[in-house]
Design a protein around this ligand. Structure first.
Ligand code: ZN
Length: 473
């Protein structure tokens, strides 16, 4: 099926199904089963996060799933933001619980009562921890695998600092991690400081990490939040400074979810199926022996040897020696998005080469046997670069400079929507009016400076700040 703005919704579900990424037949809506292929890809993303977080002196922890209602309700904005979407445990066996328990929607309210015990003096700071766990949110909108689910595979880091400045340094570190991670996934993104009415419940400010889907809607892949002391006050997380004075810590969080997999599928996939960057491909290479009749050389054995050699060299390789036509095998592995296909026939063996086909461009060629590892690595670098450039180009081409709200197509033309960049004076009045009149969401203002000179699209006041708006997934 062709992938474009019109077909995207259907195309996505088709790919998830055909590539074997998850099984939707589990009898709870929005809670699919992670099947091996999808789970393997997710584990690569998780491993990159672990590598990054461990490398920046965070410690991995694992908190309980259940949170007492008494702790959950301590920060009033936070609870307002989550009240309507949490699952409750109300009974234990046959007994009704005295204190009801929340199934974590996110872990601030699980962690912070403990932080108040863990943090004592300035020497305990900064406290930097993270966990990769499942969180639960009762989604009422239509669910979609990896993109809108009720049980969410979730990464969250939480930090405490002795000052607002040190917490701000943490935000910068988080955004460097985002940059490296997204680079490895070949995914483009915007870093946008959310509007005050759209920030995380309880946050001082929120930076959203958004990417553009094939239908020109944006998908929030994650976010970074500066809390200042908004949580440390109600949760009483204090430290004693050098002068023996008790002060509240400043806090940050950084979270990302299985939506990264939803983005990998959506952004890189095409009419043939999934198209994975080598970094996250469960199999980077599939080897297809091309068997003929009465061959002088043992192609099957040579293919096995080649598989073993490449495994020894550190590649993730699948030998497809099923009794089936090569064309049918190509088709199967294209759906699964394997970045590189190697074909090995009698003539290749004679010529001391392997024939390759790239999943991303379809380009074919040969690599000499005596420089196979370098040759493959070269092709992988080229695939990574191509996927990344193509995705960034799509994202940037999706952005339309808007000088008048009349240029936004009305809702009958949903698929013609773009990401809009326009001047905004920053006032909530103008922001709300823009959103309400056009049924579109302001994603925020660029976190990193962007040159801009223009007028607020609503009130006409001069402004040097652009805002971005889009429909969201
Ligand atoms: Zn204005």
């Amino acid at each position: 099926m062709e992938k474009n703005a019109e077909t995207y919704g259907e195309w996505y579900l088709d790919i998830v199904e055909k590539a074997g990424l998850s099984d939707k037949r589990y009898p709870i809506k929005g809670m699919n089963v992670w099947t091996p292929y999808g789970w393997k890809i997710m584990r690569f993303v998780d491993s990159f996060l672990r590598e990054e977080l461990d490398g920046t002196d965070h410690d991995e922890v694992c908190f309980p799933l259940l949170i007492p209602e008494t702790e959950f309700k301590k920060e009033k904005d936070h609870i307002k933001g989550f009240d309507s979407e949490v699952y409750w445990v109300t009974h234990a066996g046959l007994d009704e619980l005295d204190v009801r328990l929340v199934v974590r929607p996110t872990s601030e309210t699980a962690m912070y009562p403990m932080f108040s015990l863990w943090v004592r003096s300035h020497q305990d700071l900064p406290l930097k921890i993270y966990q990769i766990v499942n969180t639960f949110r009762y989604e009422t909108k239509q669910t979609r695998p990896f993109i809108r689910v009720r049980e969410i595979h979730f990464f969250e880091s939480h930090t405490c600092h002795d000052s607002e400045e040190d917490a701000q340094r943490q935000i910068e570190e988080d955004l460097e991690i985002v940059k490296r991670l997204m680079g490895r996934l070949c995914l483009p993104y915007f870093l946008l400081k959310r509007t005050d009415w759209d920030k995380f419940p309880g946050a001082h400010y929120t930076v959203g990490i958004d990417t553009v889907m094939p239908n020109h809607k944006t998908l929030q892949l994650g976010s970074v939040h500066h809390y200042r002391t908004n949580f440390s006050v109600p949760y009483d997380i204090t430290y004693e400074d050098e002068n023996g004075e008790h002060k509240y810590v400043h806090q940050t969080t950084y979270g990302m979810s299985e939506r990264t997999l939803g983005a990998l599928i959506s952004v890189h996939g095409d009419e043939k199926g999934l198209c994975l960057p080598p970094s996250v491909a469960p199999f980077e290479i599939v080897i297809i022996p091309i068997l003929g009749k009465n061959q002088a050389v043992d192609v099957a054995k040579a293919a096995k040897d080649l598989t073993n050699d490449l495994k020894k060299a550190g590649f993730r390789v699948k030998l497809d020696d099923r009794d089936d036509r090569p064309g049918s095998k190509y088709y199967d592995w294209e759906i699964k998005g394997v970045p590189l296909r190697l074909e090995l026939g009698a003539r290749d063996i004679e010529n001391k080469v392997v024939t390759y086909a790239r999943r991303d461009t379809g380009e074919k060629g040969t690599i000499p046997m005596d420089s196979l590892v370098d040759g493959i690595n070269g092709v992988f670098d080229s695939i990574t670069k191509n996927l990344s450039e193509k995705a960034w180009k799509f994202q940037m081409d999706s952005v339309t400079e808007l000088s008048s709200v009349d240029d936004i197509p009305k809702d009958t033309e949903d698929t013609k929507l773009r990401i809009y960049r326009f001047g905004w004076c920053g006032s909530p009045e103008c922001g709300h009016r823009f959103e309400d009149d056009n049924d579109i969401k302001i994603l925020g203002t660029p976190y990193l400076h962007e040159e801009y000179n223009g007028k607020c699209i609503v009130c006409g006041k001069e402004t040097d700040t652009p805002a971005y708006a889009a429909r969201t997934m």
